[in-house]
Every structure is written in C-alpha cells, then in structure tokens.
Ligand binder design. Structure first.
Ligand code: TUI
Length: 315
C-alpha cells in the first residue's frame, strides 16, 4: 500500500487525482474515481454557477467519498463558480490556467482544501504563502493548457521550493510514471489522459478511439501566439490552427474564433477532425479502456512494486 501524506490530508485511499478536464470531467467520472479510492474532480470550466451546482449535487448522488472541483481561471464564469464551491461545501478545489490568489481567502475561510496547478516555482511559493495545502506541478507533457517546463524538470524544483505536498502531473499514465514522480519528490499524481478512456468517462467514443490509437508523436501544441498554449491530438483542426497562427494577416481575435466550441465538438459530438482533442503525450501507452477502479489499482500496484524493488539497483 502506497502510504502518502496526501491520503491523510484529503481522506482518500490512493494518492491519485483525476485531472479536471474541460468538457470531460463530469459527475459520473469524478464519482467513479472517488468510489475507487482516488480523488475525482469535476471540471467547472464550461459551466456557469448553477450548472456547476447541479453537477456537484449529481456527484453527491453517485458517491459518498470526497471529490473536488477544478476551476479554470480563464473561464468567464470563474468568479461565479468560485462562490458555488463555497456554498456547496466542496472539500477540495484545484485551479488551472492562472493565479488563484484573489479567491483563496474565501475558499480557505470555508475550510476548502485548495490545490492549485503551478507551472513554476514562483507560483508554487506564492500559493503556499496564501494557504494552499498542496500544489500540482504539471509538466508540458500534459494535454490541454500547458506551461513551459517538463514534469522531469518541474517536479523536483517545486518540491525543493515548497514545504507543502507536491502532486506530479503531465506524462503519467502507469506505475512507472507514478514511481518516477515519487522519486522526483512528489507524494501523489494527477492523471488525465489515462482517465479519458476510462469506462465511466462519458466523452464520445470517437474521441476515445483516437486516444487509444495515438502514438508518441501524435500530439501538438497550438495557441502559443494567443498566450494560452494547448496540447491536442493532431488533426485537421490543429493543422488549420497552426497555419492560422503563422498567418500575420489574421488578427488574434480571428484565430481565437476558430477555436470556439472546438472542445465541445470533440468531447460531446465526436467530431474528431473539426474538434479539439485535448490529450497528453503519454497517449501512446494508453491502449485499453478499463474501469477507474482497475486503472487506479493497476497504476498504484505497479508503482508500489517498482518502489519496493528499487533497492535492488543499489549494491
Ligand atoms: O488548466 C489546465 N489545463 C486546461 S484548461 C483548458 S480549457 C482551455 N480551453 C481553451 C484555451 C485554453 C484553455 C484545457 N486544459 N491545466 C492546468 C495548468 N495550469 N497548466 C498550466 C497552468 C498554469 C499556467 C499559468 C497555471 C498558472 C499559470 O499562472 C500564470 C500566472 O498568472 O501566474
């Protein structure tokens, strides 16, 4: 059994968080992960306050275990959903794509465990000072919105920069990745891509099939010119977007418009050519649809064996 301070902190059995993936991480997925002993997370990204409230209540009907909500700070609804997590007494809030400081006092006063995603040691230090109970150090191998640093470089530097627990994310989908993350100083992992194809994940089967078929080099980062780089599977949409980014006759607003609705088209309508299939670099080793429970038990079981056996490397 992997005994981690994160389990005690959050009241969970396995030190595994499910990424708060926009248009993907709904109540059924979050509840399945929490029922399996990890921390399931609902993505608030595409919801307004009342939609998020309904999703939180739906999750409560599916699990009696703790779960979290991810707030994407670039969302136009960020301030609204920030209030709803307080009203609904959500035990854990993770944040992404920005600095959560403006909301932290209110969340902490409500007894919420705040766990921001940080792409740098500077933001890790800042949120520790403001009361975060842990941070997620997410490398640019991950799907969706990405920072600059890799997991390998980011995790140990963040672990040295703060005293609070560090959760590693980006490029982790099996026991080897989890064991490596622990060696880098993490006490837990967050996985997104592996849960994209979980049996309980409600995204369109076409999206899942593309993830299952993906190879190591099948993702690309677009959106750098707009200031929010996003990793997706390569398809017609990503190619059009890349071309547009190099076209100086187009304004940023025009390019931004091309991306509107693309996530929903992929995740809910199954449009794998004109949708945005957010996905991490590790997709090449995700071959099989499994239940959340089987995923968590396999990843943690394999990590445990590797960590226990690590002594044999040293004479
Ligand atoms: O947030 C994510 N992943 C996401 S959000 C998303 S929705 C979206 N859709 C279209 C365009 C852009 C986003 C899809 N995937 N991951 C967590 C994450 N946060 N990765 C990197 C960061 C991050 C970056 C900068 C966190 C903080 C930050 O701070 C900058 C600052 O203000 O200090």
């Amino acid at each position: 059994m992997l005994n981690s301070t994160l389990c005690t902190l959050l009241g969970i059995r396995y030190p595994v968080l499910q990424g708060g993936m926009a248009w993907v991480a709904d109540a059924p997925l979050a509840a399945a992960v929490s029922n399996a002993g990890g921390l399931g997370i609902i993505a608030a990204m595409n919801s307004n306050g009342e939609q998020l409230r309904a999703e939180i209540r739906r999750a409560r009907g599916l699990t009696d275990q703790p779960f979290g909500v991810n707030i994407m700070l670039m969302s136009p609804f960020a301030a609204e959903v920030a209030k709803v997590v307080v009203e609904e007494k959500v035990p854990v809030v993770t944040t992404g794509a920005g600095n959560p400081s403006p909301y932290m006092k209110e969340w902490l006063a409500a007894g919420i465990h705040v766990i921001p995603v940080v792409p740098s040691t500077a933001l890790a230090r800042m949120v520790e000072k403001r009361g975060a109970c842990a941070v997620i150090a997410e490398g640019c191998e991950s799907g969706g919105h990405v920072g600059e640093l890799t997991t390998m470089a980011l995790v140990p530097q963040v672990a040295d920069a703060v005293k609070i627990p560090v959760i590693a994310a980006g490029g982790i989908a099996d026991g080897r990745g989890m064991a490596a993350a622990f060696m880098l100083g993490a006490v837990g992992v967050q996985m997104g891509t592996r849960f994209l194809v979980a049996e309980e994940c409600t995204i369109h089967q076409n999206y899942k099939d593309k993830v299952l078929a993906a190879k190591d080099i099948d993702t690309v980062v677009t959106g750098k010119r707009l200031g929010h780089p996003v990793r997706t599977l390569k398809n017609a949409m990503s190619r059009r977007f890349t071309e547009a980014e190099y076209d100086s006759s187009l304004s940023n607003e025009e390019i931004e418009k091309m991306g509107a609705g693309a996530l929903r088209r992929a995740a809910r309508e199954g449009d794998t050519e004109n949708g945005s299939l957010m996905c991490g670099q590790i997709a090449g080793l995700v071959h099989e649809a499994m239940s959340c429970r089987a995923i968590i038990e396999e990843v943690c079981g394999d990590a445990e064996k590797l960590l226990k056996g690590a002594g044999s490397w040293v004479k």
